[in-house]
Write a protein that binds this ligand. Structure first.
Ligand SMILES: N[C@@H](CCC(=O)N[C@@H](CS)C(=O)NCC(=O)O)C(=O)O
Length: 278
């Protein structure tokens, strides 16, 4: 059995959502298929899952192949992913027979387009509000943003892909704190206007992305993010991040309340993760 088949078996025999293989997903000609690391707190996938949940887009879950080489065959485990999408990042998204989407801006645009009637507009029509939404999302999701710097807090193969160095590691807490403070100030201003949301008077992509991504510096209770064998270490790491002095100082009750409000009101909670629940 190859590592990929083993991953797929583990995922599909555990209680919880069904996962199909990348090959199966690529062969399908209809449906919205998104790659996940079953049971893991892989926050780009979690965010896209939450975006699609808000938009009423049913997802077919696909096992994202792990980095590294298959022990049995010696083959790069991500070779077919690369062949299909010219990249290896998690998540990749297929919809019907359209080209795969691998970047959050394109995934969001697709979800917005195929979303069910009557669901919230996550990208506002008003261009001023739209600029605010994309600005906030970018400081969280894009290069040198919050998640980028979170990955640089420790030396891992994933961090190395994103330019881990001792200098990058030392600079990361202040950069993460700067994003968190920006969000806190905005929530404060919005509160004074009587809005529960980051932009304008309604839910946008900025709320869903920030509430999900901020799990990496402020893990929510288990009723929101349950424990699995696969995410136990990751959630401990997230909890440690929340105690790094610069980050701890920038977190606030306001940020916590907003995160919990968005996740419990608009997203599926407890999060459905697959893997092996503990
Ligand atoms: N491409 C995504 C980012 C997704 C991403 O950074 N995924 C990371 C995990 S957090 C990953 O899988 N990186 C490994 C790789 O790119 O090979 C985007 O810009 O929206």
């Amino acid at each position: 059995m190859t590592d990929n088949e083993r991953n797929l078996n583990t995922a599909s025999t555990s209680l919880g959502p069904k996962f199909i293989s990348l090959d199966e997903a690529a062969a399908m000609t209809s449906g919205t298929r998104v790659t996940f690391a079953p049971g893991m707190p892989a926050l780009f996938s979690e965010s896209l899952k939450n975006i699609c949940f808000v938009k009423g887009v049913p997802l077919i879950r696909v096992v994202h192949p792990h980095m590294g080489f298959d022990k049995a065959t010696g083959k790069d485990r991500q070779a077919s992913l690369y062949e299909l999408t010219s990249q290896t990042g998690l998540p990749t998204m297929f919809h019907n027979q359209e080209r795969p989407r691998n970047v959050w801006t394109e995934q969001l645009a697709l979800a917005e387009r195929i979303g069910a009637a009557g669901t919230p507009a996550l990208v506002p029509d008003d261009m001023k509000l739209r600029a605010e939404v994309f600005g906030l999302c970018a400081v969280v999701l894009s290069e040198d943003g919050m998640i980028w710097n979170m990955r640089n807090l420790i030396d891992t193969p994933l961090g190395r892909k994103y330019g881990y160095s001792e200098e990058a590691c030392a600079a990361a807490p202040a950069k993460i704190a700067a994003v968190s403070s920006l969000i806190d100030r905005r929530l404060e201003t919005q509160e004074k206007r009587g809005s529960h949301y980051l932009v304008g008077d309604a839910l946008t992509a900025a709320d869903v992305y920030w509430a999900t991504m901020s799990i990496s510096i402020l893990p929510p209770p288990l009723e929101i993010m349950p424990l699995t064998r696969q995410n136990e270490r990751g959630l401990k790491y997230f909890a440690r991040n929340s105690k790094i002095p610069a980050i701890a100082e920038a977190l606030s009750k306001r940020i916590e309340d907003h995160q919990r409000y968005i996740l419990t009101t608009y997203c599926e909670t407890p999060a459905v993760l697959g893997g092996d629940p503990l």
